[in-house]
Design a protein around this ligand. Structure first.
Ligand SMILES: Nc1nc2c(ncn2[C@@H]2O[C@H](COP(=O)(O)OP(=O)(O)O)[C@@H](O)[C@H]2O)c(=O)[nH]1
Ligand SMILES: [Mg+2]
Ligand SMILES: [Zn+2]
Length: 312
């Protein structure tokens, strides 16, 4: 009998998809035919987090026969020049962006870019600042400033240390019963955090070299892991930057929540907050209400018309 299964894609490796059914069974599936749900061109029709329908064909292979409509997704350019996008993951509740002030040093340009891409697709971001145990007394004000910047912009922040356990329960609570994309620079402690929450789950989060001789990104594929306390973690090895399909820099201000909140007060309704007189955003930067670092990164993305950039 040709029973129809439904499930969630937990891994894709190009042509094969691992799909987990509600009963926990994992089916190895293939895709045939054309699937176009989005207006944008994507190199992969199905991605981790997609809910799909599966049928068994005459040869006994499991075929993905339907992809449910996505409530959101993350993309990145499939290569520097092409207009095509790679779907990184779909149907995500939130992003956990892990950073550290020291070892490695925080790169605000990277943080703000991840937040902008997430904002464009209405995906909430929590900023986890790990390695609190390494923060010396004289750096405490820098930590407080960083937290104030991002909380002030509207983001949830958690300070953690996997060494002392600081903030770890808060992270656990935040991840419970949610589907979370885990990202952050190499060495910030992503794997350690997940291993602290569930020892033995050996997830990669490793940084894979991401270009070949054509200057294309080698496709590295996301994978979804289920943790015992009910969290789904999407690990995106080698992928730390996300993009915005059909990015128009005139819209960039909408992707900074603290700017979005003020822009109706700008004198010109098409204000892009660069040189215009009567700009409420610039006034807020001058008064300190909007963090200067956020505004500088806004200008940088605006000038370069690019929110997707590789950071080491
Ligand atoms: N001092 C300190 N070191 C940490 C902490 N969390 C992780 N590390 C260390 O940071 C290094 C990189 O951690 P890892 O989890 O591999 O980072 P990832 O690349 O983000 O997955 C390892 O040596 C960890 O032991 C922390 O809270 N404090
Ligand atoms: Mg790792
Ligand atoms: Zn303005």
């Amino acid at each position: 009998m040709n029973r129809v299964h439904t499930g969630v894609v937990i891994k894709s490796t190009g042509s094969r998809y691992r799909v987990k059914t509600p009963s926990g069974e994992i089916l190895n599936c293939i895709l045939k035919g054309r699937f176009r749900h989005l207006k944008i061109k994507t190199t992969n029709p199905v991605t981790v987090g997609d809910t799909v329908e599966i049928k068994k064909d005459a040869a006994g292979e499991f075929l993905i026969s339907k992809i449910d409509k996505r409530h959101n997704y993350l993309v990145r350019k499939s290569s520097k020049l092409s207009k095509q996008y790679h779907l990184v993951a779909a149907n995500i509740d939130q992003i956990m962006l892990v950073a550290t002030l020291v070892k490695p040093k925080i790169v605000l340009g990277f943080i703000d870019r991840v937040m902008v891409s997430a904002e464009a697709y209405a995906i909430p971001v929590t900023l986890v600042i790990n390695k609190f145990d390494l923060i010396e007394e004289k750096q405490l004000s820098k930590l407080a400033n960083t937290v104030a910047t991002y909380e002030g912009a509207g983001y949830n922040c958690v300070v953690t240390s996997t060494k002392t356990g600081e903030g770890v329960d808060e992270v656990k609570e935040m991840l419970s019963n949610k589907r979370t994309v885990l990202t952050g620079q190499s060495g910030v402690g992503k794997s350690t955090l997940i291993n602290t929450l569930q020892p033995g789950l050996d997830i990669k989060t490793a940084e894979v070299s991401i270009s070949n001789e054509k200057g294309r990104h080698t496709t590295t594929f996301a994978e979804m892991h289920r943790l015992d306390f009910g969290a789904e973690i999407i690990d995106t090895p080698g992928i730390r930057s996300f993009g915005i399909a059909d990015f128009e820099r005139e819209h960039l201000g909408h992707y900074f929540p603290e700017m979005r909140a003020l822009m109706h007060q700008c004198k010109f309704n098409n204000c892009v907050h660069v040189n215009e007189p009567g700009c409420a955003v610039k006034a807020a930067v001058e008064s300190g209400e909007i963090a200067a670092t956020r505004y500088i990164n806004y200008l940088e993305m605006y000038e370069n018309e690019n929110v997707e950039k590789e950071y080491k």
